[in-house]
Design a protein around this ligand. Structure first.
Ligand SMILES: [Zn+2]
Length: 276
């Protein structure tokens, strides 16, 4: 599933290809399912306009049009982009195609069709309607601490709450808490100033590493939990198959926290308890 790092990678790809192009036409394979704006309205809004800017809030990709309107791409489970020229290079599962005046095209690829394409009045309006907090890369330490320090809930589900900060998915939350050495079940209100500092630093570290590696997880540093955890939530139940902590070479704990599969290192937990 495209998470913040993938969507940031797509945004950068878009900036290198389709940004600055003028749209002359649009085709959608399954408009009733995948367009959030009706086809005629979307086509009228796009024809003759230029893609002039990009913005990302969490997993949501927003494109500013020369008309001032915003085109929103949400990649769902399997969304991706491809910029190309010739009909025969049209990728498989190209669900929406933007045609440009320079002869090139941009395909919104989506095999499983959970992605969405539509218009918004402005970035702020979209953020308000979708109830999205600040982007996880933009949130400052004081903002993060202020939005969490009075919450009694375990820290992990709070990190996944897109109203608090946008763009943290399940594997990212586990990696962030592992790097910050914070137990996922710990109540947010009990976190110390030092732990908030580590949490903010770990969010930056994990997201920036993932973006640098263009979301190719196999090339992440060896010290990352993801190599043991994987990025899907397949739970290994037998003790013999338990995943091994990359720091301590001991078995990881696997639990449901806030209803989501959670991997964490019990040794980090012991250390953080002992050190107060
Ligand atoms: Zn460990």
């Amino acid at each position: 599933m495209p998470e913040l790092p993938e969507v940031e990678t797509y945004r950068r790809y878009f900036e290198e290809t389709a940004l600055g192009q003028t749209v002359i036409d649009l085709k959608a394979e399954d408009p009733r399912r995948q367009l959030t704006t009706d086809y005629d309205t979307l086509q009228q809004a796009l024809q003759g306009t230029q893609f002039v800017g990009t913005h990302r809030i969490g997993k949501h990709f927003l494109i500013t049009l020369s008309s001032g309107k915003i085109l929103v791409l949400h990649f769902g489970m399997t969304g991706d982009l491809a910029y190309y020229r010739d009909e025969e290079d049209t990728p498989r599962f190209a669900r929406v195609i933007f045609y440009f005046s320079n002869g090139f095209r941009l395909a919104f690829i989506d095999s499983r069709k959970f992605g969405r394409v539509g218009l918004a009045a402005s970035v702020e309006e979209y953020q308000r309607v979708k109830a999205l907090g600040p982007d996880a890369l933009d949130i400052t330490l004081p903002q993060l601490q202020a939005s969490l320090e009075k919450r009694k809930a375990p820290i992990k589900p709070l990190l996944l709450d897109q109203k608090i900060l946008a763009g943290i998915g399940n594997w990212i939350a586990d990696e962030v808490l592992f790097q910050a050495k914070i137990n996922p079940v710990k109540s947010a209100t009990t976190l110390s100033a030092d732990e908030f500092g580590r949490l903010h630093g770990a969010i930056q570290l994990v997201l920036r590493t993932a973006i640098e590696q263009e979301a190719v997880y196999q090339t992440f540093p060896k010290s990352f939990l993801i190599h043991a955890r994987g990025w899907d939530d397949t739970v290994v139940t037998s003790a013999a198959e338990r995943q091994i902590c990359p720091r301590h070479n001991t078995p990881l704990e696997i639990a449901k926290v806030g209803g989501r599969t959670t991997y964490f290192c019990p040794i980090w937990h012991m250390i953080s308890q002992n050190s107060g």
